[in-house]
Write a protein that binds this ligand. Sequence first.
Ligand code: BYC
Ligand code: FE
Ligand code: FE
Length: 472
Amino acid sequence: MSNVDLSSKIPNNVDLSQDKRLLRALEQWQPDYIQWWMDMGPSGFQTTDIWLRTAISVDAEGWAHFDYVKMPDYRWGIFLADPQPERTIGFGDNMGKPIWPQVPGEHRNTLRRLIVTQGDTEPASVEQQRMLGHSAPSIYDMRNLFQVNVEEGRHLWAMVYLLHSQFGRDGREEAEELLQRRSGNPDKPRILGAFNQPVDNWLDFFMFTMFTDRDGKYQLLALAESGFDPLARTTRFMLTEEAHHMFVGETGVERIVQRTAELMKDDPNEDVRKQGGIPLDMIQRYLNLWFALSLDLFGGEISSNAASFFADGLKGRYKEETYQDHLALSDTYRMTLPKEGRVAEEDVPLRNAMNEVLRDAYIEDCQRGVDRWNKRLAEAGLSSRLALASKRFYRHIGIYAGLPFDPEGRFLDKAEWDGRRAQWLPSDADRAYVANLQKAVRDPAQIANWIAKPARGIKGLPFDYEYVRLED
Ligand code: BYC
Ligand code: FE
Ligand code: FE
């Protein structure tokens, strides 16, 4: 395993102390980052002790150290997965050639754009979630929120390290701009759609970490295949942190579903609202929203950008090693394209379909999570089920963008779609209802009425452990 320097101001396993210029550049960026964190990171709780895990090594076992930390003192560091000896480019036209330890000149601009796009999502998500600490349904959940937030901050560090170490002056400028854009700000928005949407409440948050962080997983897996080795190694380590974010989302929604199921059974008319729970149809509407927003993050179904990323060996497929053919020159991918108010199947050259290939792997993974939620409903003896909407529903990017498909994927006329919108997507009334439930629970043994307790606490500790030491 490579050496992790934890004594340095910026913990790292990239020998930062050997590269004085880079170290200076990062040390200059660090106070700007902290300023951004104080301005745009979690509102409140910045002087509170929180039981957080911090990366201390990069091997699969025991990379994490758990202790009480105040968030601004979190040891944001730079960690790359260990190099794989004699690694070669695994796909595309450069297949079999040596990987690039330095950014190749001919792909410099493209790689910079990919890294900036990835990097931009990380601080964006922290900005989106900044108010949620005030309305946490339990101390356990509050701690998980902050854990996710500091790690998204570290993911920004991961991308900024690449920009500073490989892209010279324009890299440093991009790193500054990553601290200047603001989620949801019309004058200087974040780059990708979902990262400008409000995350107003904990139902949004759990759907976001279930669906949007899971997009992160798939994008990172595709970048982990990159022939640009520093990018591959950075993203491989980020993936170890991402698993926890998706755990938070998947189990968060599961616990809401479980609680809703209990309340449905407690009432002769299965009326959950009367008892202060979140009705299933409302959960479904939030699911529809965040699933559709997250599908957009994969880009257009037919994309010449994606084809060149693949051809050049910059961005691969999910688990590229499981494919036989790494050139993807002769195959096609079947898609359903909208044609004059209906849909028709068409075969698209595989390289141009790479965004869709990744999206379909993602959808399969999402379905597994939804099946788990439905198991809860079945166990409770209820017949209602949650479902993923059609990938044509409520899209803003790609071939279905702006077209009036319903959640079953049927093409409607625009007026009918508009009339039924409130059945499918959270309405103002839904938002008001959920907002009203968001009351902070500060006793570590208690939990809000609309969500079930988790089966266990963190790292072998009980649920009611004091994960956040609130000052009175
Ligand atoms: N919103 O060929 P197209 C995460 C643009 S999440 C706005 O369809 P392409 C995280 C696109 O830039 C993971 N614009 O797509 C999760 C292009 O613009 P130009 C984030 C969009 O190029 C939770 C045009 O539309 N990682 O880590 O294949 C918490 C048409 O391009 C959107 C990445 O995204 C959109 N949704 O791009 C914290 C990986 N989609 O060139 C963190 C890096 C597309 O015409 N990015 N456009 O001006 C990429 O790999 C690719 O850029 C995309 C697809 C996946 C975004
Ligand atoms: Fe991230
Ligand atoms: Fe994440």
